[in-house]
Design a binder for this molecule. Structure first.
Ligand SMILES: C[S@@+](CC[C@H](N)C(=O)[O-])C[C@H]1O[C@@H](n2cnc3c(N)ncnc32)[C@H](O)[C@@H]1O
Length: 296
């Protein structure tokens, strides 16, 4: 772009000089220079076009390779388990990405959570349930975490439920269908958010002295529901569990909105004197993990 601008500027200057009253020889030399500049311009245009074509081609090849790998894994999985793929027909935009799936598995394997809360259900709900099932088979005496997920769209609530049913895990997860309702923040901003408070208070009562450690996956509602759509998650959870150690996993941290939400969360946690550490992970859609220590 800089070269193109420099060439355009030079051509303008040459054009101005051509207006001057120079001898014919000088005029001819200037015209030659102008023609060379125009040729250079065309070459740069052609280079940029081929650069775009290569990038498009590469993008297509990569998408196709990913599709083939996913399909291959799904076919193998079908022969191993008899289950059809749960997300292969979906675009990568909605379900959590495979690299976040692996990251979550690592978190679940390295840390014992008493309660797992999810905002925005789907593939992630099934993934967590399957990890917990594996852990139960490995250590049947270890206490199982309580898993709860909130979903605002009936269609996706039904879809998540069916996927859990297919894996016989439907009675292990409490998937709640709740439309988005107005929620007011401490500074009087209103957000549409999952109506989750009473369900979470009930869970808290059921768990008694636990939970000591909570995992919250914030992957909903979609950004289209409003600015800072996912902001309410942390203040709501913090008001219900003001003492507990909580790991918040915020998906889609690649987006500006999620970066702003994190800033607002950190300001909120400072106001509430909660000690935190923040970890940003470069994944397909990036993720931010905010670890809140148990209150002293
Ligand atoms: C980012 S998605 C949540 C995805 C979920 N955590 C998962 O791993 O599958 C947020 C919400 O978008 C909605 N949603 C899911 N898939 C969608 C799609 N293909 N088109 C439009 N909305 C979708 C659902 O209501 C979902 O809870």
């Amino acid at each position: 772009m800089q070269i193109r601008n420099a060439l355009t500027q030079s051509a303008e200057q040459l054009n101005q000089l051509m207006q001057a009253d120079f001898p014919d020889q000088t005029h001819d030399a200037l015209a030659e220079q102008l023609e060379s500049l125009s040729k250079l311009h065309n070459k740069i245009d052609a280079l940029q076009t081929s650069q775009k074509n290569i990038a498009n081609r590469l993008g297509k090849e990569i998408r196709n390779a990913s599709k083939q790998i996913e399909a291959f894994i799904s076919v193998e999985n079908y022969f191993n388990t008899g289950n059809l793929p749960s997300v292969s027909s979906e675009s990568h935009a909605w379900p959590i990405s495979p690299d976040l799936s692996l990251f979550l598995i690592e978190m679940l394997e390295s840390e014992h959570y008493d309660l797992i809360i999810e905002f925005g259900s789907g593939y992630s709900t099934l993934l967590i349930a399957r990890v917990l099932q594996q852990q139960l088979l490995r250590s049947p005496d270890k206490p199982q975490p309580y898993q709860i997920a909130f979903e605002h769209l009936e269609h996706y609530h039904e879809k998540t439920r069916k996927q859990l049913e297919l894996h016989q895990l439907h009675d292990k997860v409490n998937v709640i269908h709740t439309p988005l309702k107005k929620w007011k923040s401490e500074d009087d901003n209103v957000y549409p958010y999952y109506s989750c408070v009473s369900a979470l208070r009930k869970v808290k009562k059921t768990l008694g002295s636990s939970p000591r450690k909570i995992l919250v996956l914030v992957d909903g509602p979609p950004g289209s529901t409003g600015k800072h759509a996912r902001y309410p998650a942390l203040p709501i959870i913090n008001s219900i569990f003001p003492q507990q150690a909580i790991d918040y996993v915020l998906d889609d941290y690649i987006r500006e909105d999620e970066k702003e939400i994190t800033k607002l969360w950190l300001e909120y946690l400072e106001r509430h004197s909660r000690k935190v550490s923040v970890q940003e992970r470069k994944l397909e859609k990036d993720v931010c993990v905010i670890r809140v220590d148990a209150a002293a």
